[in-house]
Ligand binder design. Structure first.
Ligand SMILES: Nc1ncnc2c1ncn2[C@@H]1O[C@H](COP(=O)(O)OP(=O)(O)O)[C@@H](O)[C@H]1O
Ligand SMILES: O=c1ccn([C@@H]2O[C@H](COP(=O)(O)O)[C@@H](O)[C@H]2O)c(=O)[nH]1
Length: 497
């Protein structure tokens, strides 16, 4: 757990997720635009955090909003620097006090929809802490606040909107005195010494002059009107982006490319399980609407094992030899890959259990993706990836079994693959394991966007039918639904209900 006490920066960098994250990529699977970034600079205690929090609060109906604080990027201090800091004699207001390179890199990652790890800094111990904070999915707003947020040109290049909070210096000093004594364990003398020696000169030399880069100057007090203007501007910008995205999606109806075989079964990346009598028998039970829940679970579990076992054949193996109990040597193979499983919740559940039966101690994670009832768009509601995927260098070496029992339109699959790629997983190391795919729709969408992803399926059904679901009592609306025909119905419901 990260410390969330005052004086520690972990509590400042947080993502607020409200209604889920809509697609941040187009039908080709590539990101359409970058996250919208707001840079907020101003003197110490001018009200930067206050402004950032008010903006985020006003925009809370938008998904995935992050406040990123420059305070997290103070450098690690050695013993000598620490002693100076505790004596209020370390200059923490000079630009060199901030690890600007790391700040820029983290912001670049977030703006490009990649995951990142933010350092944590304690104002009480004047030190960078051992913990880092994993951040991912801030697709909409990143309000970057810090005294030097507008100083570095590389940082400025990343902002879509630049704000400077202009505050009277007496007010800043009064606020700082109160805050540093209450939250950062300082004394009146200490705060004043540091202020006169470092904070004020740094403001005059470095911070104040960056106001010229701002698109908008916000007063440090009584600033709700200015904040409202900013919020309206951001809303307009984001609405425009969303409208463009919709237009692009509607233009890109899935269609077979020239030269593609009309039958999904013959596509290079699609591995269809051999249609043996036992497999067909299992399918018959699962497709039968009169099958009891107990039988459904039993046969779904059997099918999951067969699908996962087939997926195992797509992983790399190396030669191995072992001595047998007879004293002879036997040549064989051993698995040569780090593998994890990520299921699309909750229909991926039966396959997740299958992966656990086949690969002992396999790291597992989940992605909760549901469709928006009003637009039909997929929404990423929750992501809990296994630890091996949180760091890019490890993620790039890991094979991922992505698990969902059906691929219909391919919308959830596309989103899940995008999340994995954002974390650095290699496209060719993603193997989608499923019970059933539709001949139209899903595989077509996936092959077009991510041709290296392989799909292992136990069946291909011919029809993908769209229709309207049951009436929602609360909204009075019906949700657009897709079903594979003949299909197996909603496998998650039949398995878990
Ligand atoms: N517009 C405002 N109205 C009232 N109090 C404010 C306002 N802006 C900031 N403050 C108060 O001033 C103090 C310092 O503000 P903060 O936003 O933490 O400064 P900064 O992030 O610039 O260092 C906080 O206690 C905050 O609540
Ligand atoms: O260990 C530290 C690190 C920084 N400071 C002071 O913090 C302010 C910047 O933070 P704001 O939230 O923008 O006020 C800067 O003026 C440093 O002097 C510190 O006191 N101790």
């Amino acid at each position: 757990m990260l410390p969330t006490s005052p004086g520690v920066t972990g509590h400042k960098n947080h993502i607020l997720t409200s209604h889920g994250r809509p697609p941040w990529y187009g039908p080709d699977g590539r990101a359409i635009h970058n996250a919208f970034v707001i840079g907020i600079a101003g003197g110490s205690a001018s009200g930067k955090t206050f402004v950032a929090e008010k903006i985020v609060k006003a925009l809370q109906s938008l998904p995935s909003i992050l406040i990123l604080s420059q305070d997290s990027f103070y450098r690690k201090h050695n013993e000598e620097e620490l002693a100076l800091a505790f004596a209020n004699e370390l200059d923490l207001d000079h630009p060199s006090a901030i690890d600007m390179e790391m700040f820029v890199q983290c912001l670049k990652d977030l703006k490009g929809y990649k995951q990142t790890h933010i350092p944590t800094y304690s104002f009480v111990s004047h030190q960078r802490l051992a913990e880092t904070k994993y951040l991912y999915g801030a697709s909409v707003i990143i309000a970057v606040e810090g005294i030097m947020a507008l100083l570095d040109p590389a940082l400025r290049d990343l902002y879509d909107l630049k704000i400077f909070v202009q505050c009277d210096s007496d007010l800043m000093l009064a606020r700082r005195l109160r805050r540093d004594i209450k939250e950062r364990g300082r004394t009146v003398d200490g705060v004043l010494t540091q202020y006169l020696r470092f904070v004020k000169p740094a403001f005059d030399n470095f911070v104040g002059p960056t106001a010229k880069y701002a698109d908008i100057i916000i007063p440090g007090a009584s600033n709700m009107v200015a904040i409202d203007l900013v919020v309206n501007h951001v809303r307009r910008e984001l609405a425009e982006r969303h409208a463009n995205f919709r237009a692009e999606l509607s233009r890109a109806q899935p269609a077979l490319e020239d030269g593609w075989d009309a039958d999904v079964r013959n596509w290079p990346g699609v591995v269809l399980l051999r249609q043996t009598p036992q497999l067909r028998g299992i399918h018959t039970v699962l497709r039968d609407k009169t099958t009891s829940r107990e039988d459904f679970i039993f046969f779904a579990d059997r099918l999951a094992t067969l699908v996962v076992e087939r997926g195992m054949d797509l992983l790399p193996y190396v030669r191995d030899s072992v001595e047998t109990p007879t004293g002879a040597m036997a040549r064989g193979l051993k698995l040569d890959a780090d593998v994890c499983g990520v299921s699309i919740i909750r229909a991926g559940g039966p396959l997740q259990a299958g992966v656990q039966r086949v690969l002992r101690d396999v790291p597992l994670g989940g992605l909760l993706i549901q469709s928006d009832p009003s637009t039909g768009e997929p929404l990423l509601l929750h992501s809990s990836l296994p630890r091996c995927l949180l760091h890019r260098n490890q993620a790039s070496e890991t094979h991922v079994f992505l698990l969902d029992t059906q691929i219909g339109t391919g919308a959830a699959a596309l989103m899940a693959i995008r999340v994995l790629l954002d974390h650095g997983v290699q496209e060719g190391k993603i193997i989608f394991l499923t019970f059933l795919v539709s001949q139209q729709g899903g595989p077509n969408v996936l092959r077009r966007a991510f041709p290296q992803v392989r799909i292992v399926t136990s069946a291909v059904d011919d029809v993908l039918q769209s229709g309207w679901g049951a009436l929602d009592e609360e909204t009075g609306e019906r949700r657009r639904v897709w079903k594979i025909v003949p299909g197996m119905g909603y496998i998650g419901d039949r398995y878990y209900l």
